[in-house]
Each structure stands twice: as structure tokens, then as C-alpha cells.
Write a protein that binds this ligand. Structure first.
Ligand code: ARG
Length: 593
């Protein structure tokens, strides 16, 4: 919408000036039904400013509208008036034509902007703990962080997807002992195999106190930064990452850089020393190093334990330095569970105390818990729900849905689908639906998964969007086929068919869809700037619903001449936006379904 919004601001500005109203920025929003397309509520703020004149918002809005009407009206508007304190703008037919045409013409590039061109963002997400399988909590970080990365890229950032696996904890120490004990563990290719080792060594540890002692010793050595043990850590990390990578591939998620927590033990010690020297930290009574944060209103926290080992907190400080040195970022973003909100507030505040020039460029979003319904998959592996299992469950549920649909199609058209086709579609729907279910909820809210619901083709689901995308693609394909068959008739491109403009008035449903399409670039920008992919989800669901109403009311393939060309262009625009939007969310847009 930005161009029309811009036009509203431009139209209103001179009127505000002559009325001596000063505002930092002119607000513009979607109009209420029946009151045009865009509304400007500036008269409400103006009435407060001009209190001494005793003017009501209604009067001021009407004065603004009169002044706008005496000037030259932007071609994007058909009419401007006022009601109830709002200045209302009716978009013109030219605007609708442009909106649909532009999306269709720009294709993949529609919605991509250069607002942050030349800037770099490092996005820290997923970051599972090595030695244990990925569970649903990490799934949310992985899926959400990946969407934020895609959003930031769409507004022009150069993005660095950063994975920071936790490889300095007890599970790693346990696996190191397992590796010594069971000699040459074969590489684990799946999370289940990883889990099996984990369970096996834990059983042994229970039986043998010497092993427990060894685990403690290894952990101490990891924390002390012992080179030999860190070599073993690396081997375990690689084994673990192999299993994670398989799940990442299934999710369609990838990283540009992976650096483990254990690599920041030595630099974290240096930071602790620096902090002491700068008076930003002090020694506690047992010799521990305490970061002094109280003057920022946050609780103090430890940089080093009394035995000289580092902590998650101090390692994160070192990690931030590393990212800054390597990428000179404009934005340093983290996605984790909300439990870590305080941790990141403390870390960013302490970076500022230490005088890091980039401290103000750091941002963190903490999200709510993900829980699954009680049932098969939550018990199969004890208390941990594997991400692998979750995706398999969603795919199984999707397969039922897809099979039922395809049977219907087969009955109607005689078209048969191979088992491979069904499997492929079920996976795209199952994985896509799981991702959408996590993304459509605003980050701070908790999520309760309902597998049946999320793979349904009706309702607020990823499957519904995928289905609408395929529907639009089918219309275009049919139009293309007819065009090829009927020589000389106006086809999908529809260039010549619209010429002359005698194609009749736009139906309300057509306008509605074209207008929604024009909102897309702003939606992407809003979502990127606020790190809220669910804004894109909400928008796509609305667009799909508007498209359905349009399709019910306005026949496309059966229409003729200009109306047909125009409607095909609308369908093309919707397909473009749904395709681009799904891609932004990291969800596959299937060819058929
Ligand atoms: N490994 C941590 C966890 O599983 C998340 C790490 C997030 N990233 C960071 N830079 N602290 O809780």
C-alpha cells in the first residue's frame, strides 16, 4: 500500500500546513467498510492541538478534505471526503489496475524492498544442546528464527544465519565418557540413534559410580578449557550435528555459520578479567566474579564461578564480541525460549557497561512454550518429544487428509496419483502445517499443537494457504491451456484484451483482492521490523479468504474480454503473493495437491 499511503500523506500535508497543524507523521489506516479505502485520523490529534480554537475533529477533517479537493488529486484516488473526524480516500480504478499488475509483473521480487540495503543482520536461532535430540522447544526457535532471517533478507539485510549449539554441558560430558567406554561409537545419523547412546550411558552411569565421577571430571575439564577434552567435544558435536542436519533438511532450514559454546570458554575468561579491571565486576566472598548490574535495575550475575570456570552468561558476551568482529553487524538478533529474557537483558546491559559500541544493536525475542497433546508421541521416548517424531506425526495426519482429497479428485476426473506423489504432498503439507502453526502465533504466546487441526485444508492453517495457492495456479494453467488450444483468443497475459478499457466496472470483490495485494510490501516491512512473522500469516489468511470470495462471485475462466484478462491478472497477483509469502515463512508452495 505504501504508494497510496504516501499519496495520502502528500495530499494531506499542505492542508495541515495551511491550518497550522503540526504532526510528526500523518497516520493512515484502512478505512472502515463503507468509508472508502484509506482513512486519515489526523484531525483527532489536531483537535487537541487547536484546543483554544474550540474546533471539533469533525470540523477539522472536513476542512482538510475541502482543501485536499481543491488541489490536484493523485491519480490513485477517485474521491476524498470526510466523516466522523476521519478524512477518507477512495482508491481509483487506476490504482487497482496498478496494484494487481505490479504484483503479477514483479513475480518473485514483489514484496522485496531495499529499506535495509547495505546492512548486515546476524540471526542466532535453533542453538540446540549437543548430545541430546532436538525437542519441540528448539523447533520453535528454529522455525521462528528462520522466518525472521527470511523477513530481514526481504527488506534488504545481508543475513547471517547463526547456530550456536550448546556443547559445554553435562550431556556432552556424558557422551564423551560413552565414547571412551564403548570405543568408537558409530556415527549417529538420526536423533533416535543419538538418544539411544544417551540412554545407554545413563544406565551405565547409574550402575557405576566411577563413571559418574569421570563425567564430573570431563565436565570440569570442558569448563576449564582443557585442550584434549575440547577435541573430544568437537567429535561429539559433529556427531550430534549430523543428526540435527537431517531434521534441519526436513524443515528446510539452513545456517551460514555454526560455532559451539565451548569455543568461547577462553575468551569468556578474558572478558571476566577485563570487567574486573574496568570496575564493572568485582570478586565475591568465595572468589567468584560478579557482574555489577544493579545500577541498571537488573540483578547482578556471575561471570566466573569461584573455581574459575565460565558460565553461559560470560560465554554469550564473548560470542557477541566474536560476531561483531567477524560481521560488523547492524543487527544482532537472538531467538530463544522466554525463560532467557532476563539473561539477554543482562547480557545487553553488561555489553553496554563494558563500552561495546554495538551494544545498542542487539535484540532478543523470547517465545512461549510449545506443548503437544497427550498421546502416542509424547510418551514414546520418555519425557522428551523429538522434533523428528512430531514432523512424522504431522505428516501422517496430513497423509490422511491428502488421500481423502485425491480420492475425490480421482472420482471426479479419473486422474490417478502415484504413492510417491501422495507421500511428497503429505510431507509438504505436514511439515508446512507444523511450521505455520508455530509461526502464526505471536512469539510471546504459548502454543498447544493439535495435529488434526493444523493439517486441515479449511481454517487458519498452512494447508489452507497451500491449497489456495494451488487453486490459483490451476486457474492460470487452465487459462494457459485454453489459450494454446484456441488460436488467437485473448489469454492469460491479456495485454490486448484490456486495451480500450471498456471492460466494465470492477466488482467489490476484485477491488478488495487488489487492495489486499497492494498491502503486501508494507506487511513484509512491518513484520520484519518487529520480528513478527505472524503478521505475514494473518495477512495471507485474509488474502486467501478474500480470494475465495472473489472466486465465488467473479467467474474467471468463463468471463470474457477485459473482465477475463483483469481477473486472470488478479489470480496471478494472488498466486504471486501467496507464493512469496509462503516462501518468506519457509513453507513449500506445492505444485499440485
Ligand atoms: N543452547 C541454548 C539452549 O538450548 C540456546 C542458545 C541461544 N543462543 C545464545 N547465543 N545464547 O537453551
Amino acid at each position: 500500500m505504501s504508494e497510496a499511503e504516501e499519496a495520502v500523506r502528500e495530499a494531506v500535508a499542505p492542508a495541515l500546513k495551511s491550518l497550522r497543524i503540526r504532526v510528526d507523521s500523518v497516520p493512515v489506516r484502512e478505512a472502515a467498510p463503507g468509508f472508502g479505502d484509506l482513512s486519515c485520523p489526523v484531525a483527532f490529534a489536531a483537535a487537541k492541538q487547536l484546543k483554544e480554537l474550540g474546533k471539533k475533529p469533525d470540523e477539522i477533517a472536513s476542512e482538510i478534505s475541502v482543501r485536499v479537493n481543491t488541489g490536484e488529486l493523485s491519480p490513485w484516488f477517485e474521491k476524498v471526503d470526510s466523516a466522523g473526524g476521519f478524512v477518507n480516500f477512495w482508491l481509483s480504478r487506476r490504482f487497482f489496475e496498478k496494484a494487481a499488475g505490479e504484483a503479477a509483473r514483479l513475480g518473485k521480487d514483489f514484496g522485496k524492498g531495499g529499506e535495509f540495503k547495505g546492512k548486515t543482520a546476524v540471526i542466532d536461532y535453533s542453538a540446540p544442546n549437543v548430545g541430546k535430540p532436538l525437542h519441540v522447544g528448539h523447533a520453535r526457535s528454529t522455525v521462528y528464527g528462520d522466518a525472521v532471517k527470511r523477513l530481514l533478507a526481504a527488506v534488504g539485510y545481508k543475513t547471517v544465519g547463526f547456530n550456536y549449539p550448546g556443547d559445554a554441558g553435562k550431556p556432552v560430558a556424558e557422551l564423551i565418557v560413552a565414547m571412551r567406554r564403548f570405543k568408537g561409537l558409530p556415527p549417529t545419523k538420526s536423533e533416535k540413534e543419538l538418544m539411544a547412546y544417551y540412554v545407554k550411558i545413563n544406565k551405565e552411569i547409574e550402575k557405576d559410580p566411577a563413571l559418574a565421577e569421570e563425567v564430573r571430571d570431563v565436565l570440569e575439564k570442558i569448563e576449564a578449557g582443557d585442550r584434549g577434552v575440547l577435541g573430544e567435544v568437537l567429535r561429539i558435536r559433529e556427531m550430534s550435528m549430523q543428526a540435527f542436519d537431517r531434521t534441519y533438511a526436513l524443515l528446510g532450514v539452513s545456517f551460514d555459520e555454526t560455532v559451539g559454546e565451548s569455543e568461547f570458554i577462553a575468551p569468556a575468561k578474558k572478558i571476566a578479567a577485563e570487567a574486573l579491571e574496568k570496575g564493572a565486576a568485582e570478586k565475591g566472598k568465595d572468589g567468584e566474579t560478579v557482574a555489577l548490574l544493579e545500577k541498571t535495575g537488573l540483578p547482578n550475575t556471575l561471570l566466573m564461578r569461584s573455581n574459575g570456570t565460565t558460565l553461559y552468561f560470560s560465554r554469550d558476551l564473548a560470542l557477541a564480541d566474536y560476531k561483531w568482529k567477524k560481521h560488523a553487524f547492524d543487527l544482532n538478533f537472538y531467538a530463544t525460549a522466554a525463560e532467557q529474557n532476563l539473561h539477554f537483558r543482562q547480557a545487553f546491559a553488561f555489553l553496554k557497561i563494558l563500552g561495546r559500541p554495538y551494544a545498542g544493536r542487539c535484540a532478543h525475542v523470547g517465545f512461549g512454550l510449545v506443548s503437544l497433546p497427550e498421546g502416542r508421541i509424547s510418551t514414546r521416548h520418555g519425557r522428551v518429544v523429538l522434533l523428528e517424531d512430531m514432523l512424522a506425526e504431522a505428516t501422517a495426519e496430513a497423509r490422511k487428509e491428502v488421500e481423502a482429497r485425491l480420492a475425490q479428485i480421482a472420482e471426479r476426473t479419473g486422474k490417478k496419483y502415484s504413492a510417491k506423489d501422495v507421500e511428497g504432498i503429505a510431507r509438504e503439507v505436514g511439515v508446512g502445517a507444523s511450521k505455520f502453526a508455530m509461526l502464526r502465533v505471536s512469539p510471546e504466546k504459548e502454543i498447544l499443537f493439535d495435529f488434526k487441526k493444523i493439517v486441515s485444508f479449511e481454517g487458519d492453517t498452512g494447508a489452507y494457504l497451500q491449497y489456495t495457492f494451488v487453486r490459483a495456479a490451476n486457474i492460470l494453467r487452465k487459462a494457459g491451456m485454453e489459450k494454446a488450444g484456441k488460436t488467437g483468443a485473448g489469454g492469460a497475459g491479456g495485454k490486448s484484451a484490456v486495451s480500450g478499457g471498456g471492460s466494465g466496472a470492477w466488482e467489490e470483490e476484485e477491488k478488495r483482492v487488489a487492495k489486499m495485494v497492494s498491502f503486501y510490501p508494507r506487511v513484509v516491512s512491518d513484520a520484519a521490523k518487529s520480528y513478527r512473522p505472524h503478521i505475514v500469516c494473518d495477512y495471507l489468511l485474509k488474502l486467501a479468504a478474500d480470494f475465495s470470495s472473489f472466486y465465488e462471485k467473479c467467474p474467471v475462466l468463463k468471463a470474457e474480454g477485459g473482465a477475463r484478462a483483469r481477473r486472470l491478472e488478479i489470480v496471478e497477483a494472488v498466486k504471486t503473493v501467496l507464493g512469496n509469502g509462503l516462501e518468506l515463512l519457509g513453507i513449500a508452495a506445492p505444485e499440485k495437491m
